[in-house]
Ligand binder design. Structure first.
Ligand code: PLP
Length: 431
């Protein structure tokens, strides 16, 4: 896939890109917060009319059917987790039974890592990295403490050479005979680097290491081929590029080779589906990703996903990726051309190569925190990540090229007018 790098200056050019954009019409199918330029869909995606209507339908089914909704709703709730999993499987290159909508990302990490963690005398380490989202490390650290209370060296972290990126070969070098499994991010939440999952999976398997990915920052914006890459397991949340809503149900992928493993955190919704209500005391898990469910599916937190996934599948992940690369390339071009020199001094902390970046751009500046606040005052919603990053995520489904142009003008004004100097130095808020 090659995206044009022939950009031009001026708002007219941005408008021409918008008029030539085959996905431009999708914006009208989303609710964009009034008066804002919303570039934070890598943290919380926006509500679509499609999601609103699937949620309203489920509410109505609850109203009119009560408990009968489990089997008689349009999409019976009893099978919703598996049905959403099958839809999402098409986005990640998996077969329908390998993906299930369940729980939350962190709980799914506990469940799947405990399932795969089978320490043998020497091979008992878990490999992760120092740039991953902290919840992954908290979960792995607590698993290490619970499972190996007397060992201090279970969790091994691959280090970054520059604080921004990871070198795949540095990670591979740590996959030695002491490591039993690895959990790595697909896209780093700060710099936006996309790791080469195919290469890492191949190298892990050559060394007898099971490997899985936290794909929270890539599913919905980057194509995945989890089966073809032979990944063992993966987890991802659905409130970012999948637009499932705050705290929406997460996903878990399990390669079919592993369906016979015993789920480590067993619960009644992981039971063989057609025998679940026999309520036997003997646990027998479904031989598919659904076997890794623990509790009753959160129907109201899953309902938005029906509409959201249908829209993503209708558009197609390849076209989404194409526009995402074009938007982020344009953003980086404008930073380089207009904002990289004195007095602006902005930098791009995201890899330039298309195959090495996800859906957001890390814009770096010494005053990033206060500039990010100043952007909010102008109605631009992006976010700040310490110490010096403003993350900007132009979302292919609802952002325009013209909005990218306007953000750049906003950043320029903030520096020209020293607007950020009026913002207190203490950080506030959660995003
Ligand atoms: C990479 C990554 N993993 C996990 C999470 C947290 O997921 P959850 O709140 O579903 O446990 C986040 C949250 O932003 C994330 O960015």
């Amino acid at each position: 896939m090659m995206v044009t790098d022939k950009f031009e200056m001026g708002e007219d050019f941005a408008k021409r890109l918008d008029s030539a954009d085959p996905l431009a019409g999708l914006r009208a199918r989303f609710y964009i917060p009034d008066g804002s330029i919303y570039m934070d869909g890598n943290s919380l995606g926006l509500l679509s009319r499609a999601s609103e209507s699937s949620v309203l339908r489920v509410l109505d089914e609850w109203k009119t059917l009560g408990i009968q909704g489990w089997l008689e709703a349009k999409q019976p709730w009893f099978y919703l987790a598996e049905e959403l999993g099958a839809k999402c499987a098409k986005l990640v290159g998996a077969s329908p039974r390998e993906v299930v909508a369940t729980g939350t990302t962190t709980v799914n990490i506990h469940s799947i890592i405990n399932t795969f963690y089978k320490p043998r005398s020497k091979r008992r380490r878990i490999l992760a990295d120092e740039l991953t989202f902290p919840t992954d490390i908290y979960a792995l650290g607590s698993i290490a403490k619970l499972r190996q209370p007397n060992a201090r060296d279970i969790l091994v972290l691959a280090r970054s050479r520059d604080g921004r990126f990871l070198d795949e070969d540095d990670i591979v070098a740590l996959m030695d005979e002491n490591v039993c499994l690895a959990l790595l991010p697909s896209v780093l939440y700060r710099s936006g680097q996309l790791l080469d999952m195919r290469y890492l999976a191949e190298e892990a398997h050559k060394r007898g290491v099971h490997i899985g990915f936290d794909c929270s920052h890539s599913v919905g914006v980057v194509p995945h081929y989890l089966d073809r890459w032979n990944v063992d397991f993966a987890v991802w949340c659905s409130y970012k590029y999948l637009n499932g809503g705050p705290g929406s149900t997460a996903f878990l992928y399990l390669n079919k080779e592993h369906f016979d493993l015993e789920p480590a955190l067993a619960g009644w919704f992981g039971y063989v589906k057609n025998k679940q209500f026999d309520l036997s005391l003997e646990f027998e898990h479904a031989r598919n990703a659904g076997g890794w469910q623990i509790s009753s599916p959160a129907i109201l937190s899953s309902a938005p996903l029906e509409g959201a996934l249908e829209m993503l599948l209708e558009v197609g992940i390849e076209s989404i990726r194409q526009k995402s690369l074009q938007l982020t390339s344009y953003l980086m071009y404008l930073i380089d051309e207009l904002l990289s020199k004195h007095p602006y001094n902005f930098g791009v902390g995201t890899p330039r190569e298309e195959e090495r970046r996800g859906g957001h751009v890390a814009v770096e500046h010494r005053e990033a925190m206060r500039i990010s606040e100043a952007l909010r005052i102008k109605g631009v919603i992006s976010d700040f990540r310490p110490p010096n990053i403003i993350r900007i995520a132009p979302i292919p489904l609802y952002n325009r090229y013209d909005e990218v142009w306007q953000i750049i003008q906003g950043l320029k004004e903030i520096i020209d007018g020293k607007e950020y100097e009026k913002i207190p130095k203490q950080r506030k808020g959660i995003s």
